[in-house]
Ligand binder design. Sequence first.
Ligand code: UDP
Length: 249
Amino acid sequence: MMQKVAILGAPVDGVTLEEAVERAAAFVRDGGPHQVLTLNPEYLYRALREPHLMEIVRRASLVTADGVGIVWAARVLGRHVPERVTGIDLMTALAARAARERWRVFLLGASPGVADAAAAKLAARFPGFRVAGTHHGYFAPEDEPELLQKIKAARPDILFVALGAPKQEVWIAQNLDALRVPVVMGVGGSFDVLAGRVRRAPAVLRRLHLEWLGRLLYEPRRWRRMLVLPKFVWIVLVACLRGFLCRRK
Ligand code: UDP
């Protein structure tokens, strides 16, 4: 039995990518609605200040460590998380499994056309991949009842939601029971990546393992997000000293 480890009050499942896929497969067999959340330092940092965001983490059926920041925090606090399981990696692995199992997958989010393009890429890559439906992520509140109806009517086994964090997590938590989809997971900008809509860093930066620097150059708003990291590191170290928990089981 995989166990939850508490990182700054957030319960995280210490699972590998493979184990995460197995857990999701069990959710599909089980049939009940489950929220899957890939937790990154930015989300956790906000959740420390916004209790409703922490509550969503606590209620989620599966929480993975999205990013080395969370894996590192676990280690410093004396917990063990085997590896990072990012949104795009888990989405891709679940798409592969879905194609084999003939599960139906719905893609919701991103700009008009992007979810379709991402679905087409997945279908081309994984023979047997079944698209239950797609919808863009810029819907008005008054269009939501119709959208929920559309998703329910499509009867997907998995729903990927790409509205960006934490908007997608809040939306999923609010609609999970009404949708009755076995696996619902937020995937951030993954549709854009799959559809090839985000520019990759120049080859020279990629060769130097500086792709992240390229992303900062193209998407300056990421600077602000990155500034959370040192603050996150500080909070983890303070928690560690306070609890004398450093590297103790
Ligand atoms: N998005 C959306 N509806 C919105 C806001 C954002 O569909 O109201 C989409 C946006 O087009 C993009 C994704 O959500 O595809 C957010 O990507 P980002 O890389 O910012 O996600 P993060 O990594 O911050 O979760």
